[in-house]
Ligand binder design. Structure first.
Ligand code: NAP
Length: 252
């Protein structure tokens, strides 16, 4: 069991990679605090995990709210006695427009959900991890934050996801001596609602950008997150870890 008795917050757990990660982490022995806005989806996921073993709680809320970030940490303490890890994964793509055509509101929304929320999460999570003397934080960045990979109209999204790499590296430097590791995970195109699920033309276009000529399944990304949250990655901090089917090294 890779996460035996570790307590982990997973945001974006109502869908896609977050939901897949929650199921995988539970199967590896983790206690889970599940977050997202859609409470019904979180409730159903927690119930399905708890059928096997009582190890998931949830709290619905908006990651842009500092109070929600703190409440998830409080819940980890109340339900399981502390916090060992966080998969800060909630995110939005926003509208895809060339920057000259992009509304400032779209820029602001994307930055607040993808980047400011990560700052708020870290602010709430790090003191709890310090109290424990250890911790692992993973931000879901994207290949788009490192190498656009051929995706059009992604200025706001790319900036937010590149910002997560900078935030992870800065936090890694500040908190390594306290036993807290902070890494960014850079998935390639992944078959989820945000990744174009339900739109065959979009899936075909995105798959075609990848040298592997396919997209990831959510579980493939969850496996990379599992590695970063587990002690298997004990000497990794500040790493932008790429799991992208080669899209960032493609030549054509
Ligand atoms: P998804 O299925 O659309 O999931 C996004 C999750 O984020 C949902 O659970 C959603 O929950 C949550 N969320 C969005 N806004 C929120 C808010 N304001 N407050 C709380 N939760 C919020 O997409 P996904 O592909 O799994 O995305 C997970 C992460 O991977 C995102 O950060 C995304 O940018 C990143 N990523 C995706 C791909 C891809 O191709 N799919 C590639 C690289 C990186 P609610 O709607 O219930 O709030």
């Amino acid at each position: 069991m890779e996460l035996e008795n570790k307590t982990i917050i997973v945001t974006g757990a109502s869908s896609g990679m977050g939901a897949a990660a929650a199921k995988l982490f539970a199967s590896e022995g983790a206690n889970l605090v599940l977050g997202a806005r859609r409470g019904a989806e979180l409730e159903a996921l927690a119930a399905s995990i708890n059928k096997a073993d009582d190890r998931a709680v949830f709290l619905a809320g908006d990651v842009r709210d500092a109070g929600y970030a703190a409440a998830l940490v409080d819940l980890a303490g109340k339900a399981f006695g502390g916090l060992d890890g966080a998969f800060n994964n909630a995110g939005i793509v926003g509208e895809m427009q060339p920057v000259p055509d992009m509304a400032i509101d779209n820029w602001t929304d994307v930055m607040s959900v993808n980047l400011t929320a990560a700052f708020l999460a870290a602010k709430a999570q790090i003191p709890a991890m310090k109290a424990r003397g250890r911790g692992s934080i993973v931000f879901t960045s994207s290949f788009v934050g490192f190498s656009n990979g051929g995706m059009p109209g992604m200025g706001a999204y790319a900036a937010s996801k590149a910002g997560l790499i900078g935030l992870a590296r800065s936090l890694a430097s500040d908190h390594a001596a306290e036993g807290i590791r902070v890494n960014a995970l850079l998935p390639g195109g992944t078959i989820t609602p945000a990744g174009g699920e339900g739109d065959p033309a979009a899936l075909e276009f995105i798959a075609g950008l990848h040298p592997m000529k396919r997209m990831a399944t959510p579980v493939e990304i969850a496996q990379a997150a599992l590695f970063l949250l587990s002690d298997r990655s004990s000497f990794m901090t500040g790493s932008p870890m790429i799991a992208d089917g080669g899209v960032s090294v493609r030549l054509v």
